[in-house]
Design a protein around this ligand. Structure first.
Ligand SMILES: [Fe+2]
Ligand SMILES: [Fe+2]
Length: 532
């Protein structure tokens, strides 16, 4: 009798964690993680311990959605206290680095007025030595330039705190909120302590397409599993889906939800902003999950680092299937303008392409071109890129959350590349504050009134219409609207139809149709044939 072969069951979610917190760039990249642990995570846990009941209640209250409340029941406050102590011990050097950076930056601004910076190196606090260069811009504003590569080689990079949590996902809403709630151990979960860079991770995820005997999986997971009964409920012996390559004359775009789209063209596959979900055991919106994606993803494209676009759980699970990971280039002048390329390398990606605007990669009878992505970051210059995929004579623009702040950008795009027939873009009205997810990067004292109108906002209906007109589009797909419930742990519950943002989206669709375009708002998996 042949041995039973297993793969991870569809409801098994694998969450990469850093000391029990979800992994995203603000918990992995060394400087942002140091600032985040010092200024966000530790104060948040301390606040929770002062009033666990209040936090637990507020985290469940839909009226307070988006607030910073730890969603842990008060009976488990002891576990939160233990986690706080463990973090204070294991990340004490990160806290010292964050304090030193903040203090020194403030001092430097007062001290450096255009004179030589050379003598100031002596004043560098110990945690920053060897990690930074002092510099001026051309109008003598001083700043600290972090040498991020050096930090990944040093103690502030903490692969020893990384783990993969295997958990049975009951419902989308049951996943702890990415920014505010640590993953305490629950019955039925397995915590596999393993650095994200380890090649062994791929041995587990290869079973999505090539199931293996139980003994093999136990060998891979090592001491994280002590009994078969721990692992078996997380597995299935149902065979994986069989992928049939798309052979149509034009491209096929499988919209997979939110900003994630799979482009299939002449044997090549490109996956934009990969965010793929487990399929919860209690049901929920239908979705394609990992074993239903192609065995090979030639290019995975990242538009920007908001965690609804750069999702470490999805990237690690698909790592062995991704040929090249394409990321936007950072400038490295701001501590929050971390390098997505170095982050990807620290997660074991070997082939990372960092494309400048209008740099391109050839495809069979086509091209992948990085194009400008303006706005949406509240005037803070962090890495971002939109992409045009040319398939024969058709061009598709994946604009993600781009905002049309300057018509000339899109006028030039058309001039440089010719008409772009199909545009994928989101719609926003107000957007989140520009410090959304990033508060730890900013000093406490600043003019918040002045900052008020700086938002993380994509295009509104009028700005969207201008983009469509300027690039010569005939087809609009309004996407990245957060309508799929598997985004809830990142960006909160989907907007109701009468939310201002949804009305704005309706207006965009109506106006676009009145101008003769095909216009559709996407929600949940949909196959599109934009070349037809
Ligand atoms: Fe965004
Ligand atoms: Fe987004």
């Amino acid at each position: 009798m042949s041995e039973t072969l297993y793969r991870l069951a569809d409801p098994t979610c694998v969450a990469p964690l850093v000391q029990s917190w979800a992994a995203w760039w603000m918990t992995v990249a060394p400087i942002p993680a140091s600032l985040h642990v010092h200024k966000s995570q530790l104060p948040l846990l301390k606040g929770y311990l002062q009033n666990p009941d209040f936090h637990a209640r507020a985290a469940k209250d839909p009226a307070l959605s988006g607030g910073t409340f730890v969603g842990v029941a008060s009976e488990r406050a002891g576990e939160v206290k233990a986690l706080l102590q463990q973090m204070q011990e294991a990340q004490a050097d990160r806290v010292r680095l964050a304090e030193a950076l903040e203090e020194f930056q403030g001092w430097l601004v007062d001290e450096a007025k255009g004179q030589s910076l050379e003598p100031l190196y002596e004043k560098l606090p110990e945690p920053l030595r060897g990690m930074v260069e002092l510099s001026y811009d051309y109008i003598n504003r001083p700043f600290v330039r972090v040498m991020e590569g050096a930090l990944y080689r040093g103690n502030h990079h903490k692969p020893q705190l990384q783990s993969l949590r295997l958990l049975p996902l009951a419902s989308d809403a049951s996943r702890p909120h990415l920014f505010t709630t640590p993953y305490l151990m629950e019955p039925g979960q397995i915590d596999w302590a393993i650095p994200f860079a380890e090649e062994r991770i791929s041995r587990l995820f290869e079973t999505d397409l090539s199931p293996r005997p139980l003994g093999y999986l136990r060998d891979v997971l090592g001491p994280a599993v002590t009994r078969d009964e721990q692992l078996l409920p997380l597995l299935t012996d149902a065979p994986p889906a069989k992928y049939t390559p798309w052979e149509g004359p034009g491209p096929r775009v499988r919209y997979l939800g939110h900003a994630c789209a799979l482009v299939e063209w002449k044997g090549i596959t490109l996956l934009v902003d990969p965010v793929i979900s487990a399929r919860p055991s209690e049901g929920g919106m239908p979705r394609l999950t990992f074993h239903e994606l192609p065995p090979r993803i030639d290019y995975a494209l990242i538009t920007h680092s908001h965690p609804d676009h750069l999702a470490i759980d999805t990237l690690l699970r698909l790592r062995h299937r991704i040929g090249h990971l394409v990321v936007p280039r950072s400038n490295g002048f701001l501590v929050g303008d971390y390098s997505p390329k170095l982050l990807a390398r620290s997660m074991g990606f070997q082939n990372v392409l960092e494309l400048e605007s209008y740099e391109s990669v050839p495809l069979p009878d086509g091209e992948l071109i990085a194009v400008p992505f303006l706005g949406e970051h509240g005037d803070v210059g962090h890495a971002k890129s939109s992409y045009v995929v040319r398939t024969g004579k058709q061009q598709l623009l994946f604009a993600a959350d781009s905002m049309c702040v300057d018509d000339a950008v899109y006028r030039d795009m058309r001039q440089n590349l010719g008409p772009i027939q199909t545009v994928f873009m989101n719609t926003e009205t107000e957007g989140a504050p520009h410090t959304w997810t990033l508060e730890a990067l900013f000093p406490k004292k600043r003019d918040r009134k002045m900052e008020k109108n700086r938002r993380c906002r994509g295009s509104n209906a009028n700005e969207g219409l201008r983009i469509l007109e300027l690039v010569g589009a005939s087809r609009l797909y309004n996407y990245a609207m957060g309508l799929e419930p598997w985004l809830e742990h990142i960006i909160g519950p989907p907007s109701p139809p009468d939310a201002p943002r949804m009305k704005e989206s309706d207006r965009l669709l109506t106006e676009a149709r009145a101008r003769g375009l095909t216009a559709e708002r996407l929600m949940g998996p949909t196959d599109l044939l934009p070349g037809a």
